[in-house]
Design a protein around this ligand. Structure first.
Ligand SMILES: [Zn+2]
Length: 365
């Protein structure tokens, strides 16, 4: 009996030795980096959870992919782990562990250093240090544009028959509608400054701009833009947001969310930039940029000069803070041929006839 028991024990030992071995869990090389309070907005989409490692900021792979699109494939090995991220026109492999590590994996989530990637994909960083927020926005650089495209840019202000200010700045809503209809019926393509990136592919482009940011742009113009599916750019005086006769932050958000309106800067307080000091110029250009970025989630990159005035210093500052500077000259903007901080526009007034409007749209004029 004793002997039988010994054999049984040996048998159990042998059996257990032959049982399939559970694979060892892949080792984890990293701990999660610290979450920081700095905000981040990529392509207008605010993302949660920015992390700070020893030298760089990280974002969780899932958050980044929610904006960039694409897929991620993880491979957890013994020596190192990899995550291959693939989207339209780009692919990158991130590694956790080993000497070539360039990302962090804490056993659950991947944390990716996104700055280099976003720069490579053409995103520009505006770091708003006062608000502790980072905005990544895509916009076309002036020196990378296809050259020689003629783009009429039209200048408007208010769209109303309630003439509470200088009447020449008020286009009647009924005339506005005729002009939009003319644009659509005659094959013109209303575009944003953002669309200059593909200007060589656009038939008969035109840019409609509305200065100051009056509230009738919401009540009278916006319904017409939706009816005719026309894009427009509003140059907002950001210090006037919410004041009498001006757009509110809510209206700006709603208009921009429609995809039909782009908000760009017309400074914070509408001063004569030609007589501003360097400090005043810094404040006007930065405050307006920061306010619009907070409301729209995107960095504005076009500045419209109040009353069309400038100095050499203000042009220098414009070139530093913005990609394009706009004024009214009556000429047609030609990509690659016009100084990027002296872009031309044409003035559509209350008394502009449909014939002369049609003439403004014709190029080589
Ligand atoms: Zn103005």
């Amino acid at each position: 009996m004793k002997r039988f028991f010994a054999i049984l024990c040996i048998g159990i030992l042998i059996l257990s030795g032959c049982a399939p071995v559970e694979p060892a869990p892949a080792p984890v090389y990293d701990t999660a980096p610290d979450r920081v309070e700095t905000g981040i907005t990529v392509g207008g989409v605010p993302l949660e959870n920015l992390y700070k490692g020893a030298e760089t900021y990280y974002i969780e792979a899932e958050s980044l992919l929610s904006v960039l699109g694409g897929t991620a494939q993880a491979d957890l090995g013994i020596e190192s782990h990899t995550l291959t991220v693939t989207a339209e026109n780009w692919s990158r492999t991130y590694i956790s562990g080993g000497e070539t590590a360039n990302a962090l994996y804490d056993g659950t989530k991947w944390y990716l250093p996104y700055e280099e990637l976003l720069t490579e994909l053409g995103y520009h960083l505006f770091e708003d240090t006062a608000q502790n927020h980072r905005y990544y926005t895509v916009y076309p650089k002036a020196d990378g544009l296809y050259g020689g495209a003629e783009v009429p840019i039209l200048m408007y202000h208010a769209v109303s028959d309630d003439l509470w200010g200088i009447s020449g700045l008020f286009v009647s809503p009924s005339e506005m509608e005729k002009q939009l209809k003319y644009i659509v019926d005659n094959g013109y393509t209303p575009i944003f400054f953002e669309d200059l990136a593909n200007i060589e592919t656009i038939e008969k482009p035109v840019i409609l701009t509305f200065d100051d940011g009056y509230d009738d742009n919401y009540t009278n113009l916006f319904p017409l833009l939706k009816r005719y599916n026309v894009k427009a750019t509003v140059f907002m005086i950001t210090g006037s947001i919410g004041a009498e006769h001006y757009l509110t932050a809510e209206q700006i958000s709603e208009m921009q969310a429609s995809g039909l309106v782009s908000f760009q800067s017309h400074t914070a307080s509408h001063p004569d930039l030609g007589s501003c000091t360097a400090e005043e110029l810094d404040a006007e250009m930065l405050q307006s940029k920061s306010t619009l970025a907070q409301i729209t989630g995107k960095e504005p990159f076009v500045l419209c000069y109040p009353m069309g005035k400038w100095s050499d210093l203000s042009l220098e500052k414009t070139a530093e803070y913005y990609e394009y500077g706009i004024f009214m000259s009556g000429k047609t903007y030609v990509t690659g041929q016009t100084d990027r901080v002296k872009i031309y526009r044409k003035y559509v007034s209350r008394t502009t006839s449909l014939d002369s409007f049609a003439g403004m749209l014709r190029v080589n004029k």
